[in-house]
Design a protein around this ligand. Structure first.
Ligand SMILES: [Zn+2]
Length: 391
C-alpha cells in the first residue's frame, strides 16, 4: 500500500531526523526539502507524542539558544519478538534508537494452530516484561516478526508453514491480552526495516535484503518504502526456480526452488545425504547445521560440493534479481559459515558470469552474519514507520 503525500512527508522527516540527530529544525528544511511551517507542525506533534525530545544548546554568543531535536532515548520502549526455527521465542526490549535494554528466550510448545502460537507469545512476553527493569506502562508498542504471510497493517497472519491456515488476528490477541498496542510483520520485513533505520541500509532508500535461514526470503525497499506487493506477499525469493522441473523437491510442492539448494535446511539435508547420515528433524536442523560447519572447518568431513553448489546457485539467483530490479544495494544475511572467503569466490564468479557488467558494478553487495538483536531493532523501526500509519 502506498503512503499518502502527508504520511510520506512525516516519515521522511522522521527518517532524516533519526539519521542526522541531534538536528535543529532549520537544518531539517535543507535535509527534507519541506517548508519550515510543515517541519514545525510535524516536529511539534512528535514532541507531544514523546517520540522526539528537544534539547537546548547553550551558546556563548547572544541571541536565542539553539534547540536540537533527537529521538527520545528513554520513556518510550518497544519489545521486539520473534520465533526461531528451533522452537523458541526471542524477546528483547529496545528504545526508539534501537538500543537494547535486555532480552529473554523461552521455549515454544509444538502446535499447529496460529491462535495457540499467539497465546504462547503472550505468555513469553508477560514473563519477559516481568523480568525486565522497564515498567509495563512505559512499553509503547510490541513488534512481532513471524516467518509467514502477514498483513502488517492489520497484524493479521494469513499463513505459516506447518500451521493450519489463517487468517488469525495475531496482533489483536497479543494486544488485548497485554494491553499494549501490537504490530506484526513478516520476520524478513522486520530485518529489512531494522537495516533501513539502523544498519548498513540506513540512509539508503533502495536495497534488497536476502535472509538465508532455515528458509530463504527477501525484502525490498524502493524509494524509501518497503514493497508489500499488490497482495501483501511482495516476494517469495526462496521459491524462484533455479533448476526448473527436474530439481530437488521443495516444501512448497514444486521442484528446483532456490530454497531447495541454498537454505540452512537444504544445505543440512544435502550434507547429510552426501555423508550417508540420517536427516535431522526440523527442530534440530539449526543445531545439526552448526555441527556440520564445525566438522567441516576442522576438516573432519568434506561437504564442499554441497556448499559450493549453494553458493553458485545463490550467485545466479542474485544475478537474476539484479538484472530484473537494478537495486542500489543487496544485503545478504546468513549464518556463520566455515571458510566464507572461498564460498564468496564461488558466489561472485556466478554473479559476474550472469549479470551485465554495467549493472553488476553499480550494485553494492554487503554480507552480514545473523545478529539476534536485529529483530528487536526491526521492531523499533516498524514502530517508527507506523507512528503515523495508524494515527
Ligand atoms: Zn519452493
Amino acid at each position: 500500500m502506498r503512503l499518502s503525500d502527508q504520511e510520506f512527508n512525516r516519515l521522511l522527516l522522521l527518517k532524516k531526523l533519526r539519521a542526522a540527530e541531534p538536528v535543529a529544525r532549520t537544518e531539517l528544511v535543507a535535509l527534507t526539502g519541506l517548508t519550515g511551517g510543515t517541519i514545525t507542525a510535524i516536529t511539534s506533534d512528535l514532541v507531544k507524542r514523546g517520540i522526539v525530545i528537544e534539547e537546548k544548546v547553550v551558546s556563548s554568543s547572544a541571541g536565542r539558544p539553539r534547540v536540537n531535536l533527537r529521538i527520545n532515548p528513554a520513556g518510550k520502549y518497544v519489545i521486539g519478538t520473534t520465533a526461531t526455527g528451533d522452537g523458541h521465542v526471542l524477546t528483547e526490549i529496545v528504545n526508539l534508537r534501537g538500543e537494547s535494554l535486555g532480552g529473554a528466550k523461552a521455549r515454544l510448545a509444538t502446535t499447529t494452530r496460529i491462535e495457540n502460537l499467539a497465546e504462547q507469545f503472550v505468555a513469553a512476553l508477560e514473563n519477559a516484561i516481568g523480568q525486565s527493569q522497564v515498567r509495563r506502562e512505559d512499553i509503547f508498542r510490541i513488534g512481532i516478526g513471524l516467518p509467514g504471510i502477514v498483513d502488517s497493517r492489520t497484524g493479521t497472519v494469513e499463513q505459516i508453514v506447518t500451521f493450519e491456515p489463517g487468517p488469525c488476528d495475531f496482533g489483536g490477541i497479543v494486544a488485548r491480552a497485554l494491553g499494549i498496542p501490537t504490530l506484526v510483520d513478516n520476520n524478513i520485513n522486520l530485518l529489512a526495516r531494522g537495516e533501513h533505520w539502523y544498519g548498513a541500509g540506513a540512509h539508503a532508500d533502495d536495497f534488497t535484503l536476502i535472509n538465508i535461514d532455515l528458509a530463504i526470503g527477501a525484502s525490498l525497499y524502493r524509494e524509501g518504502q518497503l514493497i508489500s506487493g499488490a497482495h501483501g506477499i511482495a516476494s517469495e525469493f526462496g521459491h524462484t526456480k533455479i533448476v526448473p522441473d527436474i530439481g530437488r523437491p521443495c516444501f512448497c510442492g514444486a521442484r528446483g526452488c532456490l530454497q531447495a539448494y541454498c537454505s540452512v535446511q537444504s544445505i543440512t539435508q544435502q550434507s547429510c545425504e552426501h555423508l550417508g547420515r540420517p536427516s535431522p528433524s526440523y527442530e534440530t536442523m539449526n543445531a545439526c547445521f552448526a555441527r556440520l560447519m564445525g566438522e567441516h572447518a576442522a576438516a573432519e568431513i568434506d561437504i564442499w560440493p554441497v556448499l559450493e553448489q549453494a553458493s553458485h546457485y545463490l550467485g545466479v539467483a542474485v544475478a537474476n534479481h539484479i538484472t530484473m530490479q537494478d537495486p542500489e544495494a543487496i544485503i545478504i544475511m546468513g549464518p556463520p559459515m566455515a571458510m566464507m572467503d572461498r564460498l564468496r569466490g564461488t558466489f561472485f564468479a556466478a554473479l559476474e558470469q550472469n549479470t551485465f557488467p554495467a549493472l553488476r558494478r553499480r550494485t553494492k553487495l554487503h554480507f552480514k552474519v545473523w545478529d539476534k538483536s536485529a529483530y528487536a531493532r526491526g521492531a523499533a523501526a516498524m514502530v517508527l514507520e507506523q507512528v503515523y500509519a495508524r494515527s
